[in-house]
Design a protein around this ligand. Sequence first.
Ligand code: GLU
Length: 452
Amino acid sequence: MTAPERAFVEDLNPNHIARHQFEQVIPYIRELAESPGLTEWLFEPEQSVNVTLPIRMDDGHIEVFYGYRVLNSAVRGPGKGGIRFHPQVSEDEVRALAAWMTLKCALVDIPFGGAKGGVQVDPRKISQHEKASITRRFIAALGSNIGPYTDIPAPDVYTDAQTMAWIFDTYSMMHPGQNNRPVVTGKPLDLGGSLGRPTATAQGALFVTERFLHLGGRPDLPSLEGATVAIQGFGNAGRNAAILFEKAGATIVAVSDTKGGIFDPNGLDVARVEEHKDRTASVVELDGTKALAPLEVLEVPCDILIPAALENQITAANADRINAKVLVEAANGPTTPAADAVLAAKGIPVLPDILANAGGVVVSYYEWVQNIEDQQWDEEEVHAKLRKKMYRATDKVISTLADVQEGIEETRTVWSESHPGEEVPYPNLRTAAYIVAAGRCATAASHRGIWP
Ligand code: GLU
């Protein structure tokens, strides 16, 4: 089969992909292997709320938008996860993103479950006033389904600190007379936001990469110093990754946004790219750079490739053309299972999303703690705590991978007894991350038991 034919048959439903990834680790986790019901309980959303949002647009006409909030699991704590505004938002996408949040929070060991929200809207086609109206109506419609101890939203694709301020304000109007700051994270600083939160996703990705290289994860790439980096996406994660990886001594050779990409094998000057993006609303056509088609940035020869946009970017159609030494998933779900297999065969390690982009939710957790305690930590404290969390999670994933690879024959023997003819997938870093995360969820569920 040629690559385009494979791409045609590939199932790109994010919820199917999340389920597939979850199922891959069942043979490795005794509780799940012994109880299909537990797997079902942990993977399927506890609650899914769909709301219809009528909005009076600036010109006076009424338009209807659809919003979703999925609480995947509250087994380890209240739901946590961002809200995205994007035309591609669907219930299945939000379900997958919520499942990944549960695993992400478990992997970095913060006391949250997983949730996600989204509104199907093209944010580039609405005014700031319309965006505020959609946000407020969405939060009003969700009512008590969100709350400081039930489900705590945060920014995601095309939402930011301003959006979080509207969420906080709307929720506060509906719940007067109490400390509502911990109901949402990623707020502006003067509304209880945390120092270090805007850069946290990218900073976390940098810590994970740095640690992985330091531990010899890619012996031909000992550190970030002099490493070449290509980044897909120039939103919060991608833009800050460009700034921080450059500051850490790497050379950013390519970046992109929805309009296209730019490439300079000698290195882009990130400050110039930022200035150009702020002035023209895109990175494309920066003087002295070579133009790339939006997906071409993924195929640029580089040491570190950072997809920092949407899911399903590296698929069966282009995985064999990835030309990097390490893939760092700053986005959620950028690599499909078929692409994972191709990358494994090519020997390209993938630092999986639930590890590589967990820095955002870690500092969200710190923001939540500061809000509850009415404190403000300084930036050095947030930075040091984040580094410790990300290093610890990276170490755990790497050591778990070594352990399961060593025990693979035993796992296969045990599995084949109860599941004759079924294969045990060979583990990679994603498998290891899922084993740690799903294992922690399973343990928490067993300790709690089932009420009543
Ligand atoms: N939206 C981010 C993520 O996908 C952050 C979530 C949060 O801070 O709650 O991890």
